[in-house]
Design a protein around this ligand. Structure first.
Ligand code: SAH
Length: 264
């Protein structure tokens, strides 16, 4: 059966990907949704630089978790979005990265469709793409990686993963939400045959001025994470492509010293 996409003008709710942090990585459509919204519901991963773009006459509600506060919970959040839309408001549900990549956007959309509310999705640049690019790490590179796998490192599912498949070479692994499970991830991949010397990286606060990149071997990665005191949001990248990061560094890299003739 052919599906004709609904024209987005009909949508009461836009599930919008904000990308990984740099406001210049918002899509034109994402920016338009932000500018036209009556209410913007956003969470932790939406950077301050992007929040600065919220229109002054819109209502912005933080619906994420913070150190001192639990989030409002997915069910209550779904109900809230439905209620706002039913009041006739234009709702922008803004999420870090891409709403459909480890973002629970699909769960929210199911609830909205159940309530009969027209909803559109605006894809965003997901962390795996944005953060690696800003760290000079290509997700694929001829001869180094023929595939790329995005994995959730969240402990909820007891990391019930195909470790043998993940440990096989020739691919890049990107773990989202994996920092607290890093020791386990590193040890398990090695147990399933991945070389301890495999290049690996941690990207903290990717695509933002505060971005930090830590590279190490797979075996040393957990220790490096502790030594550098890395915190969320951090992305874990494992694979031979990480070995290119020094050669491809461009973002936040120390600027070249100007030739003496130019500084005189
Ligand atoms: N929907 C989001 C992912 C949400 S899961 C997306 O598509 O990117 C949250 C995890 O994403 C974080 O724990 C972290 O691992 C990763 N992440 C998202 N943004 C990041 C950023 N700017 N820097 C580093 N990691 C990031």
């Amino acid at each position: 059966m052919a599906h004709t996409p609904k024209p987005s003008e009909e949508a009461r709710v836009s599930l919008v990907g904000a990308g990984p942090g740099d406001p210049d990585l918002l899509t034109v459509k994402a920016l338009r949704c932000i500018q036209q919204a009556d209410v913007i519901l956003y969470d932790n991963l939406v950077s301050e630089a992007i929040r600065d773009l919220f229109p002054k006459d819109s209502t912005a509600l933080f619906v994420g978790k913070s150190k001192h506060r639990h989030g409002i919970g997915q069910h209550r959040l779904n109900d809230l979005i439905v209620q706002l839309a039913q009041q006739g408001l234009q709702v922008c549900r803004l999420k870090g990265g891409d709403p459909f990549v480890f973002g629970r956007g699909s769960e929210e959309m199911l609830a909205l469709h159940q309530a009969g509310i027209a909803t559109e999705v605006v894809p965003g640049i997901t962390a795996a793409s944005g953060c690696t690019s800003y760290a000079g790490i290509p997700l694929t590179h001829r001869g180094l990686a023929q595939a790329c796998t995005l994995v959730t490192g969240h402990g909820e599912s007891e990391l019930d993963l195909d470790w043998a498949g993940l440990a096989r070479g020739n691919q890049t692994l990107v773990f989202y939400m994996g920092l607290s499970q890093l020791e386990r991830i590193s040890a398990t991949l090695q147990r399933y045959g991945m070389a301890a010397s495999t290049p690996a990286a941690l990207i903290e606060q990717g695509c933002r001025p505060e971005q930090r990149l830590v590279t190490a071997t797979l075996a040393e990665l957990p220790l490096q994470a502790k030594q550098h005191g890395l915190a969320s949001p951090t992305l874990i990248v494992i694979g031979e492509v990480v070995s290119l990061s020094a050669a491809l560094a461009w973002f936040g890299a120390p600027s070249q010293t100007l030739p003496a003739a130019l500084t005189a």
